[in-house]
Design a protein around this ligand. Structure first.
Ligand code: HSE
Length: 308
């Protein structure tokens, strides 16, 4: 096989309480990418459709992620061409850079005969995140590659595990069309946390994981709380508090900022409620004069998928 097309899903990182450690994958939106083996050694980004991103492979997250894979693979003469069809807007908070990085390493790995496991690919994709945001966080690339919910137990050493996804869990996401750079959204965070906030946060993280395994939607709902990051970042998002309140009134289990924002996600039990929540997002945002997009999606348990 010398050419492959992949679908690379958007992702919701943090999932309220799990800053930098919990993430989930979406069915929509997602990018598509074509990767081709070439006789000419090195990586070439042949085109990026739908976004203004660098073609220079050392400045493009897909190029950097595949380079990390090739460095480890140890075959300097391999040539790979990458064509990217962006559907996830950069700076949206729905894992745009992660989708490009994840899709690129999964595609390249297939072309090379799968020398690496999916878990090993996460480390290469993290290099794309390092380029995009200055921090090699894994809470977008891990769910993008592995699918479902993932948890980063530790960064050093890297220890990532997949979590159970309840069947009837749905996500509604609103993406206000303003750009928040992850690097900026990380810079405004405090570097120290209060012990009382930390206790609340790790209680919620543990309970969220338990809620997922027990398919206890009440426990999931009570765990979707962020005492540390959301109070700082939410000021960047128009009508954030009203949006959250109205979505919960409409039946959402809870939610928060998607990754570093400006997108906001809400989890719901069942498609019908997730749709009502999406309608509520629409009602809150329609009068604001800010363009936005809304997505309703079941959790994507497959991760990056080969489609051709
Ligand atoms: N955990 C990262 C952050 C995700 O919140 O900065 C960025 O999408």
């Amino acid at each position: 096989m010398d050419s492959i097309k992949v679908f690379a899903p958007g992702t919701v990182a943090n999932v309220a309480c799990g800053f930098d450690v919990i993430g989930l994958a979406l069915n929509a939106p997602g990018d598509e990418m074509i990767l081709r083996l070439s006789d000419e050694p090195g990586i070439r980004i042949t085109a990026v459709h739908g976004a203004d991103l660098p073609l220079d492979p050392t400045r493009n997250v897909a190029g950097v992620a595949v380079q990390a894979l090739l460095d480890k693979h140890g075959h300097p003469n391999v040539g790979i061409e990458i064509e990217i069809f962006k559907k996830i807007h950069p700076g949206s908070g729905i894992g745009s850079s992660a989708a490009s990085s994840a899709g690129a390493v999964v595609g390249a790995n297939y072309l090379l005969g799968e020398p690496f496991t999916k878990k090993q690919l996460v480390r290469f994709a993290m290099e794309g995140e390092r380029l995009a945001s200055g921090a090699a966080h894994a809470d977008n690339v891990a769910p993008a590659i592995l699918g479902g919910f993932t948890l980063v137990r530790s960064y050093r050493p890297l220890d990532i595990t997949s979590l159970h996804t309840p069947d009837d869990l749905w996500v509604s996401v609103i993406h206000p069309q303003i750009e928040v750079k992850t690097s900026d959204a990380r810079e405004i965070l405090k570097q120290k946390v209060l012990m009382t906030d930390a206790i609340r946060q790790w209680g919620n993280v543990g309970a969220l994981v338990a809620g997922l395994y027990q398919e206890d939607y009440g426990l999931i709902s009570r765990s979707l709380e962020d005492a540390i990051v959301e109070p700082v970042r939410s000021i960047l998002i128009p009508a954030f508090q009203e949006l959250k309140l109205k979505c919960v009134e409409a039946g959402a289990l809870g939610g928060g900022i998607s990754g570093s924002g400006p997108s906001v996600f809400m989890l719901s039990k069942g498609e019908a409620i997730a749709q009502q929540v999406a309608d509520t997002m629409n009602l809150v945002y329609a009068p604001l004069g800010v363009d936005y997009k809304i997505y309703v999606s079941r959790i994507n348990t497959a991760g990056v998928k080969v489609i051709e």
